[in-house]
Design a protein around this ligand. Structure first.
Ligand SMILES: Nc1ncnc2c1ncn2[C@@H]1O[C@H](COP(=O)(O)OP(=O)(O)OP(=O)(O)O)[C@@H](O)[C@H]1O
Length: 340
């Protein structure tokens, strides 16, 4: 649906040359809610702005819906751009226009008859739950309401892709959650592929199915949200995951281990397996002793995601067999190295 192939972006200013993207390969598939996370300056905004040609790539190709937008003539480009909606951190509404007129704007620009505009805007206002605000002005609305209007405007031309540029960063947690649920509804009910950028891992956890982690103009890690949350590979991905999932070995335990090298396993449960009475099964089946050092269950896309850190003691062979048993059950288990 959206493909970045070896994409580079260089900004040339009078004073300096900034290499914002240094070679990006990324594929967003139809139906995805694909999240790109990274700290400030990583290149996220540049990346998302390439999709609707708010920025042009310096090298490489950006292919959207099978077409490379830079190769189209102005008429074809206008048609393709209608299929891409975008929402922004600061909403980008026109304060001098009513809510109705803000939402109608893309339709007016594309020459839609006024009868059709009226129906479509009415439908969109209802969809975002703000039918009573048609005649209000943006400054009379809360942040969450403004973003709903931004979303309605982005959906006006029936796009197949929605780009979200830090869409919830200016909102409080409760409003953020409501807007994210609305995005999820849009993805499901309208079958719209969503590409979002954020610096908050909680946003990724709440609605995305795939994630890419960016740092210094590169995508340093990508995969399904479950994969990356369960087994982040890079230091930066680990840091992001830690902001929402607390699975540290407790300091009190580390202090008391002395020179002894303990065997510690980190176990991740996803979905229904989180209810499996795994530990009692293992201690019955194998001659091992298990003590829980830390345990918590959170939710990723409304699916339980549990993690457990346990210390294991017992005969070497029994410990190895118990480990294999967990793996054979299809549960993600990793040994954690702790220096005694
Ligand atoms: N129009 C521009 N001209 C020159 N440099 C730019 C321009 N836009 C972005 N940059 C630079 O490119 C790099 C990547 O910026 P970008 O805004 O894409 O990152 P980001 O991850 O979205 O960060 P933020 O969340 O702070 O916006 C930064 O070093 C930034 O200063």
């Amino acid at each position: 649906m959206i493909e970045f192939q070896h994409v580079k972006k260089v900004y040339e200013t009078k004073k300096q040359t900034v290499e914002a993207l240094k070679g990006i390969d990324l594929t967003v598939e139809k139906g995805d809610i694909f999240g790109v996370v990274g700290y400030s300056g990583a290149g996220k905004s540049t990346l998302i702005r390439l999709v609707n040609l708010l920025e042009h790539p310096s090298e490489g190709r950006v292919i959207v819906g099978g077409k490379e937008l830079t190769s189209l003539n102005p008429k074809e480009l206008r048609a393709e751009k209608k299929k891409i909606g975008m929402i922004f951190q600061h909403f980008n509404l026109l304060n001098s226009k009513t809510v109705f007129d803000n939402i109608a704007m893309p339709l007016v620009l594309s020459g839609t008859p006024s009868r059709e505009i009226k129906d479509r805007v009415g439908e969109l206002l209802e969809f975002v739950g703000l039918s009573s605000k048609a005649k209000s002005y943006p400054e009379q609305l809360s942040g969450g309401q403004k973003q709903r209007i931004g979303i309605a405007r982005a959906l006006a031309t029936n796009p197949s892709i929605l780009l979200c540029d830090e869409a919830t960063s200016a909102l409080d947690p409760q409003t953020t959650s409501a807007v994210l649920q609305l995005l999820k509804k849009i993805n499901k009910e309208y079958d719209i592929t969503i590409l979002l950028i954020t610096h908050e891992m909680s946003v990724i956890r709440e609605i995305c199915n795939k994630v890419a982690v960016m740092e210094g103009g590169y995508v340093v890690e990508q995969g399904s949200v479950f994969e990356v949350f369960a087994k982040p590979q890079t230091e930066i991905a680990k840091n992001f995951v830690r902001t929402v999932i607390h699975d540290e070995i407790p300091q009190s335990f580390l202090k008391r281990i002395g020179t002894h090298v303990p065997i510690i396993w980190k176990i991740n449960f996803i979905g229904t397996t989180s209810g499996t009475p795994l530990l009692s099964t293992i201690s019955k089946k194998y001659d091992v002793h298990l003590s829980v050092l830390s345990a918590n269950i959170s939710e990723i896309q409304e699916t339980p995601f549990g993690n457990l850190i346990i210390e294991v003691t017992g005969d070497k062979q029994e410990v190895a067999e118990a480990y294999q048993y967990i793996k054979d059950e299809g549960i993600l288990v990793q040994e954690v190295q702790v220096n005694g």
